[in-house]
Ligand binder design. Sequence first.
Ligand code: SAM
Length: 292
Amino acid sequence: MTEPQSTPTPQALLGATEIRRLAEEIGVRPTKTLGQNFVIDGNTIRRIVAAARVDPQETVLEVGPGLGSLTLGLLDAAAHVVAVEIDPVLAAKLPSTIADFRPEKAANLDVVLADAMRVTELPRVPTALVANLPYNVAVPVVLHLLERFPSLQHGLVMVQDEVADRMAAGPGSKTYGVPSVKAAWYSQMRKAGVIGMNVFWPAPKISSGLVGFTRHEPPVTRASREEVFAVIDAAFAQRRKTLRAALAGWAGSPAEAERCLREAGVDPSARGEVIDVAAFARIAEAKIPLTA
Ligand code: SAM
């Protein structure tokens, strides 16, 4: 007679009771300034980890581990997690939470006390970024990390739903703007779902969205990333204007803007919201003298 197959018990994740207890233990009162909304639902964590498609060999960079909800899920899926947290009280508590809930994985975690918008060094080379990001700084954090750590090949972040739409938008969409074009410089972004408010403590007033990304090569151009980003900023600073008018200040005059646009193969009467990152790169390049 064969033994009945036992279903493996899913590893324990942090629920509302654990999160409140941990917060109370260290005297943390979640602050809006640091975007502290902690996930209290194991199914949401499993969903994020599954959508992130993390390979068991990977080192994952997590920004803002907070009380460790997502960190536990990531340690179950990846070889190593590097967690960058700005709040010293949360950063100090994290290793003991992991030691309590996943003693066998405790050695696979590095905690870095730092601002993710400024961090320049990590103890390991991460290949994936997976994070429930602090909402007020989500876009600058993603752009900084993609720029600073070229080893990041893919990832999944949870941000405000509206920001998720903007990051994943393509030319012509009404949500297409600076975050969409700058993100497209580094990667292909895709919307990967919507998350309700009740899976957080405290519950935010708005829904959250998941955005997945896969890195790709930036457009081939003689212009630097900074030069291309300057054109993007100028084009969207006055998004209702035609590119000829919006880029007049950047180019030096409307006529020079028109010359650069024509050379880049872009209609000067078009608006920034209809052109892609490769076109922005061609416009930036058109301003650089050929001898440069
Ligand atoms: N990952 C946890 C979770 O899912 O429950 C917490 C996510 S909470 C939305 C955002 C976390 O990011 C908080 O722990 C907060 O302290 C941290 N944080 C805020 N600003 C940060 C920054 N600039 N750099 C690193 N961490 C930051």
